[in-house]
Design a protein around this ligand. Structure first.
Ligand code: NAD
Ligand code: IPM
Ligand code: MN
Length: 349
């Protein structure tokens, strides 16, 4: 079998710490298997601004395009908040250049971690939903946009084609799950949301088995906390998906445990935690590596069809959590490295 190429973007602040943890687990889990891979590091984000004056240098985008998958930790932070081109701009650009229009953010409550959520146990029980976030359009990318001293402008656009392709991702996913789609929007105010509803009404005819409902984003923000089990697949626009996914992480116990996959129609998928570079805890050795490790698990399943190795990692993470060897965000006192070492120890042969 030929070696798979994984492009590595180590990122900023806690980025390198959790990437190191993730790669350690990947190496141990795939040793003695037929899965052969090679990692190639590329400069990205703040680190790339420091070295090349650009958060997404040409070599990085070229390297990522040629890779079989891209692994990213997290970028950004106060050091570059006033840069003319911020690290975050590089992130938006790489998503756009790789055509990664869908972003899958799972929220599954682990009974071993639910006590770390401020939400009541009985509300959390059996929570298992996925946020399907549109990733390369909407207000993040619409033009014109400008910022003057006295006013600023952002534009939100969606085309029918952009809406249909993200609906397809969400509806197909719902067919493999509980066949329930909730389109989250602000159709009582926004024209783009009204177009989403119109397109959904037609599109759903192709999926007669799927129950479809709509929820305004403000009410959805409330229901995610009060009735999380009422959701299966949420499909939503770029900005709404960004906000709701951080909110949903509260149900699982910590933002530091949630992975994601970004995918398009061609080219490699990109896997990354949903959280940021956590400057407040960087350098302390206490960043939770589970979001990164689970992003790697998703990569093994979705890009490489290596469910066996992914399952091994999932079980080892689970066992480590059960043993209580966790970072402070989920109630433990272990360091990133101790959690990682323990996960490696728990990998079954
Ligand atoms: P953040 O997600 O970095 O942190 C929010 C809170 O969650 C912090 O208290 C942090 O310590 C905690 N947290 C996050 N990940 C954790 C982990 N793995 N383990 C333990 N605790 C964790 O959000 P922020 O502070 O608003 O943003 C910091 C920087 O990250 C900003 O520059 C932002 O633009 C950037 N950002 C990048 C990405 C990305 O690279 N995909 C995503 C979100 C934010
Ligand atoms: C995320 C982040 C990014 C986003 C930022 C850093 C540009 O918050 O991946 O969730 O808004 O998409
Ligand atoms: Mn976000």
């Amino acid at each position: 079998m030929s070696k798979k190429v994984i492009a590595i973007l180590r990122g900023d602040y806690i980025g390198p710490e959790i990437m190191e943890a993730g790669l350690t687990v990947l190496k141990a889990a795939s040793a003695d298997s037929n899965f052969q891979y090679q990692t190639i590091d590329y400069p990205f984000g703040g680190e790339a601004i420091d070295k090349y004056g650009d958060p997404l240098p040409q070599q990085t985008i070229e390297g990522c395009k040629q890779a079989d998958a891209v692994l990213l930790s997290a970028i950004g932070g106060p050091k570059w908040d006033n840069a003319s081109k911020r690290p975050e701009k590089g992130l938006l650009e790489i998503r756009n250049r790789l055509g990664l229009f869908s972003n899958i953010r799972p929220t599954k409550v682990d009974p071993n971690l639910s006590r770390f959520s401020p939400v009541k146990q009985e509300v959390l029980d059996n929570t298992d939903f996925v946020i399907v976030r549109e990733l390369t359009s909407g207000i993040y990318f619409g033009t014109p946009r400008k910022q003057n001293s006295q006013d600023a402008l952002d534009t939100s656009t969606y085309t029918v084609q952009e809406i249909k392709r993200i609906l397809k991702i969400g509806f197909d996913m719902s067919m493999r799950r509980r066949k329930h789609v909730t389109v989250v929007d602000k159709a009582n105010v926004l024209a783009t949301s009204r177009l989403w509803r119109k397109v959904t009404e037609e599109f759903k005819q192709e999926y007669p088995e799927v129950t479809v409902d709509y929820c305004y984003v403000d009410a959805a923000a409330m229901k995610i906390i009060t009735h999380p089990t009422s959701f299966d697949v949420l499909i939503t626009a770029n900005l709404f998906g960004d906000i709701l996914s951080d909110e949903a992480s509260v149900l699982t116990g910590s933002l530091g445990t949630i992975p994601s996959m970004s995918a398009g129609t061609t080219g490699p998928n990109l896997y990354e935690p949903i959280h940021g570079s956590a400057p407040d805890i960087a350098g302390k050795g206490i960043a939770d590596p589970i979001s990164m490790i689970q992003s790697i698990e998703m990569m093994l399943r979705e890009s490489f069809d290596e469910s066996y190795i992914a399952d091994k990692i999932a079980e080892a993470v689970q066992k480590t959590i059960e043993e209580g060897i966790t970072t402070p965000d989920i109630g433990g006192t272990a360091t990133t490295q101790e959690v990682t070492t323990n996960i490696v120890k728990n990998l079954k042969g």
